[in-house]
Design a protein around this ligand. Structure first.
Ligand code: ARG
Length: 419
């Protein structure tokens, strides 16, 4: 076996990536593992031990939670990024960070390749590889699970042959990916869209039907588009997301059940639970309506769709993403204030908001005393605003049928063309 050099493997501690350590060794690599903590609640030390016991020459565990929130989740929040208007992109957002970390460790270790445990069917392979190639095109990317052509039984047999511990507990019937921005649940019975999601699939959210009868309100403080305080207390990014995952999750907020249009050509039924993300996206979007101009809001909503798509499609390190970030940042300068939301049985509702940068003016909007709107200015405005339609109708009459102009003589005769 020819020695190939070092490879840095994104290691979750599960069976697939443990088998991948041995498989990569069989290919002639020395394997270094990198386990990224993005808030998925696993025992990182146990993960490190397992990697070393399974034959890794070095094992890194890295707490990337704050970076994930600041550099990925907050950027997506400023852009209100939800794929197909729904999916908060929790899994998609972690991939560029993991790729970046793989590249960094590879450069530190003098590795020639990086590796991941994605299958050949998903989009995570696309994201990790597109991002890796963008950051360091010299690095080869290995995808053992895509290449090894093992059946499940083959994989277990291979693991046993090599003394790799095979989990004895009953395997989860789903494919799960979890981080601070949410949890993705796929496969198994979910593949039939007629099947209701079994209660046991969820972990971060209560069933809305069993959620407390008492509503809960919280006040989220934003500064330049980013949440900075909860009920008046300043919080770090990680603490903010953890706290909201807990509070909103208990109320059953943040469940998403959708048919997703995959990048790899087919539709897929996807279930997510993203209590903090859904809460923050709801609050942030509302605060923007109070603080952004009509035109900026309109254009921003269009670009948000693009932002969500490019994130979904693995283009995080693209020049378009960079340009869109600059646009988003420019709009967020005034998105500061406090939003009050209420959690109740699966719903998050904005019940109030205020901002020192609000361009909502009560003295203009009010129908009561204190009204400063110039009612007489409406007269001229209506004349000019309606002029194009008035002109059209004067020429064409009241209705235009399939053939073109329909005559409505009474209308034509009744008015002159004097404006
Ligand atoms: N469909 C989602 C996406 O492509 C979730 C992927 C979750 N990954 C997983 N290994 N279960 O972003």
């Amino acid at each position: 076996m020819e020695y190939k050099g070092k490879v840095v493997l994104a290691y979750s501690g599960g069976l697939d990536t443990s088998v991948a350590i041995q498989w990569l060794k069989d290919q002639g690599y020395d394997v270094v593992t990198m386990t990224a903590d993005v808030g998925q609640q696993v025992d990182l030390e146990a993960c490190k031990d397992k990697a070393l016991r399974t034959g890794a020459v070095n094992a890194y565990v890295m707490d990337l939670r704050e970076e994930f929130v600041q550099q990925y989740a907050w950027k997506a929040l400023k852009a209100n990024a939800q794929y197909q208007g729904t999916y908060p992109l929790n899994s998609a957002l972690s991939r560029p960070l993991i790729a970046r970390q793989l590249v960094q460790v590879a450069e530190m270790e003098g590795a020639v390749a990086v590796a991941h445990g994605c299958t050949g069917k998903g989009q995570d392979q696309v994201r990790i590889e597109v991002c890796t190639n963008a950051l360091n095109p010299e690095l080869k990317v290995e995808a053992p699970v895509r290449d090894w052509h093992f059946s499940r039984e083959d994989e277990i047999e291979y693991a046993q042959e090599h003394g790799i511990p095979v989990p004895t507990t009953k395997e989860s019937p789903y494919s799960i990916d979890e981080n601070m921005w949410g949890r993705a649940i796929e496969c198994g019975v979910l593949e039939n869209p007629w099947n209701e999601v079994p209660a046991g699939a969820f972990k971060l959210t209560a069933d809305p039907l069993d959620a407390p009868d008492e509503p809960l309100s919280v006040e989220i403080g934003f500064e330049a588009g980013i949440p900075v305080s909860l009920n008046g207390t300043a919080l770090s990014g990680v603490a903010m997301v953890e706290m909201l995952n807990d509070l909103a999750g208990k109320a059953g907020v943040g469940r998403v059940d959708m048919i997703e249009d995959r990048l790899v050509g087919f539709k897929s039924r996807e279930v997510y639970e993203c209590p903090a993300a859904v809460t923050l996206l709801t609050a942030h979007r509302a605060l923007e309506t109070l603080t952004l101009s009509k035109e900026v809001l309109k254009v921003k909503r269009e670009l948000e769709t693009k932002y969500a798509e490019l994130t979904y499609e693995g283009y995080w390190f693209s020049p378009l993403k960079e340009a869109l970030d600059a646009f988003m940042d420019s709009t967020q300068k005034t998105v500061s204030g406090v939003v009050r939301v209420r959690f109740y049985k699966g719903q998050v509702t904005v019940t109030g908001m205020k901002s020192p940068q609000s361009i909502y003016r009560e003295d203009l909007a009010t129908y009561s005393e204190g009204d400063t709107f110039d009612h007489q200015s409406a007269v001229g405005f209506i004349k000019v605003w309606g002029l194009p339609i008035k002109t059209w109708r004067q020429v064409h009459g009241e209705t235009v049928d399939a053939e073109g102009c329909a005559e409505v003589p009474t209308l034509k005769k009744a008015s002159g063309l004097d404006g």
